[in-house]
Design a protein around this ligand. Structure first.
Ligand SMILES: CC(C)(COP(=O)(O)OP(=O)(O)OC[C@H]1O[C@@H](n2cnc3c(N)ncnc32)[C@H](O)[C@@H]1OP(=O)(O)O)[C@@H](O)C(=O)NCCC(=O)NCCS
Length: 397
């Protein structure tokens, strides 16, 4: 049977709802639509594009790419977030998902999404098409006594519930942090509906003289654990106030699942016991269009370097438009990627994501069999990104 991959159509909704429900679980009946009036497409059709794989003229698989911007070097890079990859059980194991990915690579390029990220449940599937483990999405389980022992804020801070008029200020507070952390989304495209945070039980802000100093979003499900989403604080007293807010649940709840958004909170404000649990949901990255991706990100470390060029040869059979020889150039002002050069350093497709993000240095990439060539020359590529460095996202999709 041949697999035919085509663009998604609104009338596919019911069949794809069934395939996704079987793949990921969830209610048998769709929830009411949030956007538009089609319950099988609850978020409407803006902010993403999708592909359907047909077997014998019937939908058998689906994927979508969400339109995101992901910060690297302080600039938001167009990123396609692959999600909802699902194949009908009877059709699995015969290349349907792979056929969807092959077509998605061209679709990502056509959509101007010069990098692509995804949260893999099946890493080998995506590795075979050039995505590679790059960043973290972490949650820590904090016992209540740990929170209760934290110092009180030294300066007065109050909290109040947020209202819809606070949304722009909440977003500004988030962006003030996110733009400084490689891997974070800017939450500014149509793929995000910021007002949905008001579906959460707790959306509290710490007001400041101008705007807000920080905020906390969390939900209190059945059971004995509070689940936080954002804990954003621009100064230590605001952070202490929000952490005490969490500590106020002592007595009734066992612990807090804290989504790690700001590494300063995790590393410098919380006092970790010597053994503690961190749950990581790693994500993979792939470069889709190398010259466009190099042009789109910021390169703040380049300002510390002398001009140089590294000649690379990209081995990428699944994205052939970027295979072959390129020069990665820092001319003293800008970093760019132009065609040509000697191809001295060979980079396999899977090396491109971790190199671009700076999560793996070229020594790590060499030991994983993803890069070949002179180690000293290759190390210049690390100087550009500051590799190896942590790369974090605080949104799942
Ligand atoms: C994961 C899923 C999409 C794979 O679809 P598929 O059409 O069977 O995938 P393919 O036939 O193209 O598989 C290609 C490769 O992926 C890998 N792979 C596929 N399913 C796998 C699994 N469950 N575990 C480990 N590797 C797997 C294999 O390496 C396979 O290569 P092989 O055939 O040479 O062994 C499908 O099993 C599914 O819908 N699962 C439930 C939902 C899910 O997990 N989605 C992924 C979200 S990130």
């Amino acid at each position: 049977m041949t697999v035919v991959v085509r663009e998604v159509r609104p009338e596919d909704g019911e069949e794809l709802f069934r395939i996704k429900r079987i793949a990921f679980g969830g209610p048998r009946e769709p929830e009411p639509a949030r956007v538009g009036d089609n319950p099988f497409w609850p978020d409407g059709f803006e902010g993403w594009w999708g592909l359907v794989a047909e077997l014998d003229g019937r939908p058998a698989g689906f994927l979508r790419s969400r339109d995101y911007r992901q910060y690297f070097g302080g600039r938001p890079v167009p990123m396609g977030g692959l999600a909802s990859v699902a194949v009908d059980p009877y059709a699995r194991g015969r290349g349907v998902a792979t056929a969807l990915l092959d077509r998605a690579l061209a679709g990502l390029r056509d959509a101007g999404q010069c990098i692509s990220a995804l949260y893999p449940s099946v890493p080998p599937l995506y590795r075979a098409r050039g995505w590679e483990q790059t960043g973290v999405y972490e949650r820590m389980i904090l016992p209540m006594d740990l929170l209760a022992a934290l110092p009180k804020p030294a300066a007065h801070r109050t909290t109040r519930p947020a209202n819809p008029a606070d949304l722009p200020a909440l977003h500004t507070a988030y962006l003030g942090l996110a733009a400084t952390l490689d891997g974070m989304l800017n939450r500014s495209t149509k793929a995000h509906d910021l007002s949905r945070i008001f579906e959460l039980d707790i959306v509290d802000v710490v007001p400041g003289a101008e705007g807000i100093r920080g905020y906390l979003t969390a939900e209190r499900p059945e059971g004995e654990r509070l689940i936080t989403y954002d804990l954003i604080a621009d100064d230590v007293d605001t952070a202490s106030r929000l952490l005490r807010h969490l500590a106020s649940w002592a007595g009734i709840l066992q612990d807090v699942s804290l989504r790690v958004v700001d590494p300063a909170v995790r590393d410098l404000l919380l006092a970790q016991p010597v053994l503690h649990d961190v749950r990581n949901h790693p994500w993979m990255l792939r470069v889709i269009d190398l010259p466009a991706a190099v042009a789109a990100r910021g390169w703040p470390l380049a300002a510390l370097l002398r001009p140089f060029a590294v000649d690379v040869e990209v081995v990428d059979e699944h994205a052939p438009w970027q295979a072959g020889r390129h020069r990665i150039v820092f001319d003293g002002d800008t970093v760019f990627c132009e065609p040509g050069g000697t191809g001295e350093i060979r980079l396999h497709a899977r090396a491109l994501g971790p190199w671009y993000a700076g999560s793996a240095d070229t020594g790590m990439l060499r030991r994983a069999g993803l890069i070949e060539g002179d180690a000293k020359t290759a190390a210049r590529l690390d100087a550009l990104t500051g590799a190896p460095r942590p790369v974090r996202m605080a949104d799942s999709f």
